[in-house]
Design a protein around this ligand. Structure first.
Ligand SMILES: [Zn+2]
Length: 471
């Protein structure tokens, strides 16, 4: 694997900046005996996608064959019901000072902004959050929003090192979490849920005694409140991934506050706790976005990026849109593991629980292989890999004396209760299972790839198709 990692560095930047599937592959054919799916690899690629080779230490015997994990609905896979519907008043056993779960009957989707749309900024809630940010004492840098199109469309901003725009150059600040500190420790993350196949992932995680960090889209939380309650109660970390999944550097300060504020609020209304961690969609963060997040008590979690050509992104999001094959994702995974063994820290990988394909690849292949990996990997939620107790993940349970929050002034001022009336909805929120249509894109799908909007639309239409099956 070291050979793969070294070879990757020679790949031209533009070819692989946001397409890790273009990185060099292991040249050797997949082994046979040890991997139940290796034969599938040989025939697993769709006719329109390149064939790649890979090998895995183990696979799940019940995994969907790679040959059917492709664009469209996997007819052999069914959504699983939640293990239970978490009742109001319940408390997670692992988090002794957690507030009780709220009564969901008081949480009406009509009181929240519209699905997958950036919330209006003139609502009383957003105005209150803007005032809190202004009173925080945290300086918001005077950086103009970028325009859609990423680095190529924002040449001046991309070249401006002072704004530390992660998307264009990978700049990070000390406040960004990009790795786990301990070597061979994997901070597991899944983005863009809750979604119809999140329960399938939850069931597998429980079977193998793993937990993950879910970065949740706020407008999906109100669509699938019982799913995120199940995830939270089962011992997974839940965190913020914005309300409508925009490129955050393109937004005004007020729009950023609205995206973060509503997501934070809906999670508190549904779970009783307010996350202290967030991930910007597409990793699109600069110093302005960082500062607003800090003022709102949110710590950014990225994914590991060793160089422009070595990013720890599985590319799993691309499968549902027909852009990548499952075998390419597995090759990406091998590439990631190979690089992980060469660095002295742990690592964080980008994966998603939005699509059936991403969940099937995770539960059928990547996680079984990771559990059997040699050298062994320690697989933990991000909060755990950072050597913190779960109480540090949420405002209500955090010990501010030993674990200071980013903005102590703002701490207790978040409006609570989903029963609050709101004039900001911009239309009733569709609720209930199967209601969601997606505009979410891969977090690594590139701001600086000119055709990204086309890829984005393709992926979005795939989601529409998937969700239609549940309507
Ligand atoms: Zn995302």
């Amino acid at each position: 694997m070291k050979v793969v990692a070294l070879a990757a560095i020679t790949v031209p930047l533009l070819a692989a900046a946001h397409k890790p599937n273009l990185l060099p592959r292991q040249a050797s054919p997949p082994p046979s005996a040890a991997t139940g799916a290796s034969s599938a690899a040989a025939t697993g690629s769709t006719s329109s996608l390149p064939s790649v080779s890979w090998s895995l230490a183990a696979t799940n015997p019940t995994a969907a064959p790679l040959s059917i994990i492709t664009q469209g609905t996997l007819t052999t896979s069914a959504t699983l019901p939640l293990t239970t519907t978490q009742p109001a008043g319940a408390k997670p056993t692992y988090l002794s000072n957690a507030p009780p779960l709220p009564d969901l009957s008081t949480v009406s989707p009509a009181n929240y902004p519209a699905l997958d749309k950036s919330p209006p900024t003139d609502s009383p809630e957003v105005q209150a959050w803007i005032a809190e940010v202004n009173a925080s004492g945290i300086t918001i840098p005077n950086i103009a929003p970028t325009v859609a199109g990423g680095c190529a469309a924002n040449a001046q901003a991309a070249a401006d090192q002072s704004r530390c725009w992660w998307t264009c150059g990978g700049c990070v600040r000390d406040t960004d979490i990009t790795t786990c500190p301990d070597k061979l420790t994997w901070g597991l993350t899944h983005d863009d849920g809750p979604a119809p196949y999140t329960p399938n992932l939850l069931q597998y995680l429980a079977q193998v005694n793993l937990s993950t960090t879910f970065f949740n889209v706020g407008s999906r939380v109100i669509s699938y409140p019982n799913t995120i309650r199940d995830a939270y109660m089962a011992g997974n970390q839940v965190a913020v991934h914005t309300w409508s999944h925009p490129q955050m550097t393109t937004l005004t300060n007020e729009e950023i506050i609205a995206e973060l504020g509503w997501t934070r609020k809906v999670m508190r209304d549904v779970l009783g706790v307010t996350p202290l961690y967030w991930r910007p969609p597409y990793g699109d963060i600069d110093d302005r976005v960082r500062a607003i997040g800090q003022a709102m008590n949110l710590i950014p979690v990225m994914w590991t990026r060793l160089s422009p050509t070595v990013t720890f992104d599985t590319g799993d999001f691309n499968v549902a849109g027909g852009l990548d094959s499952a075998t390419e994702v597995l090759a990406n995974w091998q590439f990631i593991v190979g690089n992980a063994t060469t660095i002295n820290t742990g690592f964080i990988v980008l994966e998603h629980d939005l699509f059936i394909q991403t969940v099937e690849i995770a539960t059928g292949y990547i996680l079984p292989a990771a559990l059997a990996n040699n050298p062994p990997l320690k697989i933990q939620p991000v909060i755990t890999c950072m050597h913190k107790d779960f109480s540090a993940a949420y405002l209500e349970t955090n010990d501010n004396k030993t674990n200071p929050i980013p903005n102590p002034k703002e701490g207790q001022a978040i409006p609570s209760s989903g029963g609050n009336s709101s004039s900001s909805g911009g239309g009733a929120q569709a609720g209930g299972s199967g209601s969601g249509a997606s505009q979410s894109g891969s977090d690594a799908m590139a701001l600086d790839v000119p055709s990204s909007s086309g890829l984005f639309a393709l992926a979005g239409s795939a989601v529409l198709g998937l969700f239609a099956a549940f309507a």
